[in-house]
Design a binder for this molecule. Structure first.
Ligand code: AMP
Ligand code: GLY
Length: 419
């Protein structure tokens, strides 16, 4: 088989690393890819959001399957466009990707089908939104841009002034463009967060092993929110009882709801869950593999990922058994100084050849004059497996300490959570 993977971050590197292990795969293309991916796949310079360009590339290379990994092209209908041309594609169509693309949509869905989530209201008028926040009179208040906002569209406002500012910036000042012209105001929930990614063909849902990520930039959850500074799998909190609760109250009802709405979801559905005192609740849905969750989940997958993707596309997920290793994984992200705000690119990365027993997934790298250089905020995700989290963490940090580039920083507490 020839497979084309769309995207170019750490998640895509992990997906390609896994696909490359399949005996069925003869050639992998990636668009646009990155410096690390280039070792496993032929990278082609087509932007992940270039739908026409991607369809043309898939035809030109006569690929058997296209795996669309990032949210933007999914929300824009890349899978629909590929299918229209008779090309097999893995990922939800636009009418299902909306579960991530519009928070107003996903909240209405949960309300209609009784899926546990934070209480909320949707507004496109700032005066009404602020009146509602005042009426609730509870802080922190959570204000979310309706659409995709690169993970920056959620404001936890500590008081009325902060809430008013967030609402004005989103609705009146267009801080997130169209994405923020509608906002969701929701109740602030507390509790640890767990990510569960699941394969689904619209009928059957098969959850993957759980993961937790560390979103803040610095140790002890200090600093700004980032795309994720590291992950571990499994979560200690996601025990058998929680798995059953989530399957019955969240996973199956969500799949059934989407199909009932005429929006069958095929692909990977990511459940962002919060373990509240009042049961597990959905914080968000993503229509794709998580980043950097994928970097700790896929290394634990025993089954051939290509077989699973085929089963999803053919709506035969019930016929395949998915097996996982009984081990643990930790991924430590090495980032460029200044991330997530501003940072420099183009620094040489050294030590990549001196590590063993780990897998280094490249997130923001490029090849320049035969050398691997930094080209993004999150640069590398160093993943180690072990019998347990502690063992995996020790191995991951031993490798991190051998790799360096100018202004590099990473958290030193990945895998250590108080719960
Ligand atoms: P989201 O993009 O919806 O996942 O939100 C990003 C992050 O904001 C989540 O991972 C939570 O840490 C936090 N968050 C979102 N909604 C709530 C809520 N209702 N209560 C508390 N924290 C929240
Ligand atoms: N790690 C969170 C996400 O992929 O959205």
């Amino acid at each position: 088989m020839k497979i084309l993977v769309v995207g170019g971050g750490g998640r895509e590197h992990a997906i390609i690393w896994k696909i490359a292990q399949s005996p069925k795969v003869e050639k992998i293309y990636c668009a646009p890819g990155n410096g690390g991916i280039a070792e496993l796949a032929e990278c082609v310079n087509v932007a992940a959001t270039d739908i026409d360009g991607m369809v043309a590339l898939a035809k030109e290379k006569a690929v058997d399957l296209v795996m669309v990994a990032p949210d933007d092209p999914l929300a824009m209908g890349m899978v629909d466009a590929l299918e229209k041309e008779g090309i097999r594609a893995f990922g939800p169509r636009a009418n299902a990707a909306i579960i991530e693309g519009s928070k107003a949509f996903s909240k209405e869905l949960m309300k209609k089908y009784n899926i546990p989530t934070a209480k909320y209201e949707v507004f496109d008028d700032s005066a009404k939104a602020i009146a509602y926040i005042k009426e609730q009179g509870k802080f922190p208040a959570v204000i979310k841009a309706d659409g995709l906002a690169l993970g920056k569209g959620v404001i936890i406002a500590q008081d009325l002034a902060e809430a008013e500012q967030a609402v004005h910036e989103m609705i009146d000042e267009g801080k997130f463009g169209k994405s923020g012209s509608r906002v969701v105001i929701e109740e602030f929930l507390t509790g640890p967060e767990v990510s569960v990614l699941a394969f689904t063909d619209g009928k059957t849902v098969k959850p993957m092993v759980s993961a937790q990520d560390h979103k803040r930039a610095y140790d002890n959850d200090k600093g700004l929110n980032t795309g994720g500074m590291g992950t571990f799998s499994p979560s200690r909190l996601y025990d058998k009882a929680k798995q059953k609760e989530c399957m019955e109250n969240i996973f199956l009802p969500t799949i059934k709801a989407m199909t009932a709405e005429g929006r069958p979801f095929k692909g990977v559905l990511y459940f962002g869950l919060m373990m509240t005192a009042d049961g597990v609740k959905v914080i968000e849905y993503n229509c794709r593999f998580g980043d950097p969750e994928t970097q700790v989940v896929l290394p634990r997958l025993k089954t051939d990922l290509v077989d699973i993707m085929q089963a999803v596309i053919d709506e035969k997920l019930d016929e395949i058994e998915i097996e996982w290793e009984d081990n643990a994984a930790v991924c430590v992200v090495m980032a460029s100084g200044g991330y997530p705000v501003s940072y420099k690119k183009g620094y040489e990365i050294t030590g990549l050849d001196s590590v063993d027993g780990v897998t280094v997934f490249h997130a923001g790298t490029a090849v320049k004059d035969g050398k691997i250089v930094t080209s993004g905020g999150r640069v590398l995700g160093v993943t180690a497996l072990g019998a347990n989290i502690d063992e995996a963490r020790d191995k991951a940090y031993a490798a991190v300490n051998k790799i360096s580039f100018k202004d590099e920083f990473h958290r030193s507490d990945i895998g250590i959570k108080k719960y």
